[in-house]
Design a protein around this ligand. Structure first.
Ligand code: PEP
Ligand code: MG
Length: 600
């Protein structure tokens, strides 16, 4: 982390600080810091007008009263079921609630700072917890936990009473948080939020993927970010370089703005290849497909020249409907719209890949110690059969209106694929009985993202109609590193020899069985890795739409034959570093002027 104080610090009140993280979504955003506290729900600091202060105090009172009622009911229930001695725990909580110093402090904060009750409560709770944690006496230290419990209960009730939200803030804001989930991020696609930065996270985490899809500048992995920056400080988030600049001078803001204009001009230039084919210099035609999470991204897919949707992450339909669930018509409408807008190209709908870090707890109610190795992907689809049936019926029905393919996530065995296909057959029978149309030859493919699936790709290729390699998970599982954990992000090596061997085998297995193989992991969108993938024989690249022009240019610059030879030699190397250096050197030797695409 760099912390550069401007030389003028002593003389003027401008204290420019720069913190370094990783840029995961390009662009420049300028706004006031808004720290997101997430202990209970999403707590924002919302300034309120003078006239609204009494209302906030009243809301606090109502929430405290509701919590008191909840406590009484809980106490009665506990004494009925497990006995009076346990119920006395709640007396301690009731005492804190009834203690006027607790509520007085919160009211004072609301009045002094003219802020919403949630924020005032959260801050007082944090202060009290910190004070109690510092006591020598163990009994007193434990009371800190009681205060936290009571504070959380009041906060929950406060959030249930009509409350202030972000739409009331009139200036641009940048969200700062320890971590953000995909479901937090998906709600960021509107003003006043113009960018975000987090302390944790990984490049291929879903939060980063969504930021890119929303064109929202984002930086992740800035250690202690929420301690180093205060609410309301002016910040620049530079998603190109991965920096967060605090208290920039007007001249600095101007400089960043013009940097963004230069990037935009460069992007415009790249778009000139929109209607050109992704074809190597020696005539190998490759397909450029788009990954999308939201139906609203279809416009981008078309704008950047996608030749189809290689991955629609349908779980985001669940996330955007949360806490409700999409019904068959919701699914059907979304899939028809995608298929129609992408026609004559095809659309791969991946059945919902909830679980892991994607909302399973909210939708399905599961809580697991190790969710990434738990009930996610196809396993979760099969367990929650009703949700799965609803989705599969909708996909089948939509297949009558466009070129749609089905893809199952996180397949780890032939058995799982057979079970899912058996369910699909059953649903086809159901639709036949109901006289509903569907594509009888709908293709059914699988994600190759579990090492076991990659290792038996030759067998799976006999029973799947296509493969899509998900390197985000395949790397996570084969190298044993959490894709969202910045502590091990240095080990996230797409050029690891183990991974290249797996990729080679999967691509060859697909070719031998005569089924298409695509890659929809983030690896496919990186220009350097694209050269390697061309050499490995990958024919279909699926990525965030905005990355298509760059990768297409790379493909139009190289010869397949050269890439193949280069990869054969790379596979002899022992480490990811050796491979990367070798690839960079070879590309520089072969193309001394850089990768210059043909213009025709
Ligand atoms: C992958 O794992 O590479 C993939 C594309 O799926 P997701 O990123 O949605 O897990
Ligand atoms: Mg995956």
């Amino acid at each position: 982390m760099a912390n550069t104080k401007s030389p003028e610090t002593k003389h003027v009140r401008v204290d420019v600080r720069t913190y370094k993280g990783a840029g995961v979504s390009p662009g420049i955003a300028v706004g006031r810091a808004l720290i997101l506290e997430k202990d209970v729900g999403s707590v924002y600091r919302v300034p309120v007008g003078d006239a609204e202060v009494p209302k906030e105090v009243r809301r606090l009172g109502e929430a405290i009263e509701q919590t008191r009622k909840d406590l009484r009911e809980l106490k009665a229930k506990v004494s009925r079921t497990i006995g009076d001695e346990y119920a006395s725990i709640f007396d301690a909580h009731a005492m804190i609630l009834g203690d006027p110093t607790f509520s007085d402090q919160i009211v004072k904060k609301i009045e002094d700072e003219k802020i919403n009750a949630e924020w005032a409560l959260q801050t007082v709770k944090d202060e009290l917890e910190a004070r109690f944690a510092s006591f020598e006496d163990e009994y007193l230290r434990d009371r800190g936990a009681d205060i936290a419990d009571v504070g959380d209960s009041v906060l929950k009730n406060l959030l249930g009473i009509a409350h202030h939200d972000l739409s009331e803030i009139t200036h641009d804001v940048i969200i700062l948080a320890e971590d953000l989930t995909p479901s937090d991020t998906i709600h960021f696609n509107r003003r006043p939020i113009v960018g975000f930065a987090t302390a944790t996270g990984g490049r291929t985490s879903h939060t980063s993927i969504i930021a890119k899809s929303l064109f929202m500048p984002a930086v992740i992995g800035v250690p202690r970010l929420t301690e180093l920056i205060d609410n309301d400080e002016l910040i620049i988030v530079d998603g190109y370089e991965g920096t967060v600049v605090v208290n920039p001078t007007p001249a600095l803001v101007e400089e960043y703005r013009s940097r963004e204009t230069r990037h935009e001009e460069h992007e415009k230039k790249l778009l000139e290849n929109r209607d050109l084919e992704a074809i190597t210099r020696d005539g190998v035609k490759l397909a450029m497909l788009a990954n999308i999470e939201l139906v609203e991204e279809l416009g981008d897919a078309l704008k950047f020249g996608a030749e189809g949707i290689g991955l629609y992450r349908s779980e985001f339909l669940f996330i955007s409907k949360s806490p409700g669930l999409p019904n068959e018509e919701d699914h059907f409408e979304a899939y028809c719209r995608i298929a129609k807008e992408m026609a004559p190209h095809s659309t791969v709908i991946r059945t919902f890949d909830l679980g892991g870090k994607k909302l399973a707890r909210d939708v399905i109610g599961t809580k697991e110690d190790n969710p990434v190795l738990g009930l996610r992907g196809l396993r979760l689809c099969m367990k929650h059969r009703d949700l799965f049936r609803t989705q599969l019926r909708a996909i089948l029905r939509a297949s009558a209106f466009g070129d749609i393919k089905i893809m199952f996530p996180l397949v780890s065995s032939v058995q799982e694929l057979r079970q899912a296909k058996a369910l699909l057959r059953e649903l086809k029978g159901e639709l036949d009985l109901e006289g509903k149309a569907y594509d009888r030859d709908i293709e059914v493919g699988i994600m190759i993202e579990v090492p076991a699936a990659a290792i038996i790709a030759d067998i799976l290729a006999q029973e799947a109609d296509f493969f899509a390699i998900g390197t985000n998970d395949l790397i996570q599982y084969s190298l044993a590193i959490d894709r969202g954990n910045e502590n091990v992000s240095y080990l996230y090596e797409p050029l690891h020899p183990a991974l290249l061997r797996l990729l080679k085998f999967v691509i060859e297995s697909g070719r031998k069985a005569g089924i298409p193989v695509s890659m929809c992991g983030e690896m496919a969108s990186d220009p350097l890795y694209a050269v390697v993938l061309v050499g490995l024989g990958l024919e279909r690249f699926s990525m965030n739409p905005s990355n298509i022009p760059v990768v297409k240019n790379v493909i139009r610059s190289v010869r397949y034959k050269d890439c193949k030879k280069m990869v054969e030699a790379a596979l002899e190397k022992r480490t990811a570093q050796e491979i990367e250096e070798f690839i960079i050197e070879s590309v520089a030797l072969k193309f001394p002027e850089g990768l210059v695409p043909r213009t025709t």
